[in-house]
Ligand binder design. Sequence first.
Ligand SMILES: NC(=O)c1ccc[n+]([C@@H]2O[C@H](COP(=O)([O-])OP(=O)(O)OC[C@H]3O[C@@H](n4cnc5c(N)ncnc54)[C@H](OP(=O)(O)O)[C@@H]3O)[C@@H](O)[C@H]2O)c1
Length: 257
Amino acid sequence: MTDLTGKTALVTGASRGIGRAIAERLASDGARVAVHYGSNEAAAKETVAAIESAGGQAFSVRADLGVDGDVDTLFDGLTAGLAGDPLDILVNNAAIMIYEATLPDATPEQFERLFAVNVRAPFFIAQRTLPLLADGGRIINISSGVTWFATPQTVYAMTKGALNAFARSAANSLGSRGITVNTISPGVTDTDMNGWLHETDDAAPGIAALTALERVGRGPDIADTVAFLASADGRWVTGQTLEVNGGLFLGPKSQAW
Ligand SMILES: NC(=O)c1ccc[n+]([C@@H]2O[C@H](COP(=O)([O-])OP(=O)(O)OC[C@H]3O[C@@H](n4cnc5c(N)ncnc54)[C@H](OP(=O)(O)O)[C@@H]3O)[C@@H](O)[C@H]2O)c1
């Protein structure tokens, strides 16, 4: 357990999936967490209720990302919830996948939507966070293993590559304030984004077979690494991309040769 007592955190896309697991973990470590969501108010309320029933502190903030004024809406809710406190931890987690946005089939509208939600929004959220962010603060972006393994979803992969590039340069710019900027890159994780894992009997075992630790990832697997980077223990790690995937695609397991 890491100690985040007295800290504040914003986790985007914290109503469901990996973001919810991150919000719950940071709150259980003592942070007061802004649980951001786009449209699923019921899920955001569930996240806040789960945090509070475990003895933690949280408030929800609604903002549809990828539309004009999105960051203004988010920061109106965030600053009201923070009530004058600085922000210590920003986790840019919210993102969308558009499965049809492949090289042959992607439309300009899909391309722009993916970049608006997955790249433009986290960039300008980070920019707007800077005056609020305490020295020694943390920015953690959630990217994806598709930055290094091939996928038909080319546009989604490109958005995550942009996020990886952001962290390295931002880390160098913000180091003088003691702020670290890192990227966490999950492998295949069981969330709503990956409904296909439950559509056929062999999908999840197929991913497990490609993974050294022989299972599909779960939200808390990612959240625990976020907690490390957010904590004092992570103070000397910056500008890095951490692959958090149970050993996805490390190579064949049977050494037949
Ligand atoms: N699952 C995986 O295997 C996997 C692998 C690698 C990387 N990732 C990355 O991990 C992060 C979390 O993914 P996930 O699988 O947990 O996703 P998810 O289950 O689909 O949840 C997405 C979250 O983001 C929010 N969100 C999505 N679009 C939004 C928008 N336009 N405006 C505001 N909020 C929006 C959703 O809010 P609402 O509830 O309001 O809709 C929800 O809280 C993403 O960055 C994803 O790219 C996931």
